[in-house]
Write a protein that binds this ligand. Sequence first.
Ligand SMILES: [Zn+2]
Length: 148
Amino acid sequence: MAAFPAADHQILDTYAYINADGTWVLCWDWGRYMNHSCAPNTLGLGPYADVAVRDIQPGEQLTCEYGMLNLAEAMDCHCGAPRCRGHIGPDDVLNYGEDWDTVVAQAAPFAGQVDQPLKAYLQDPAYVDGVVRGNFPLPKARSYYRAS
Ligand SMILES: [Zn+2]
């Protein structure tokens, strides 16, 4: 963050997140257009890939769980999900991570049954394949957590 001009900090605050190593990650691709939902249609399958956790219809917005992104501070949420938490906090993964793990575990096996045209863009496609096929354990959401 300090390496960027102050004029860029708002962009970084909006589109970057902090991974488990404490590294700021700026999504340069379409990932920056994903929004949060308290009932997301994707969840993390390891630190560098998300998996659809339900069918996603053409034109439907892709959503993820910002609670897994090591937020620097809490933010209000108006996602409209029936069980919207009303806010997203830096420690949400500690409170909801096991629930998210359960959802991912139910969805992951299906990821290997459909075409994955973006697989070539994954940082480690063999690892993701291994997780989907059950050769590697599903990473726990809590493993992404970095105390702020
Ligand atoms: Zn919400």
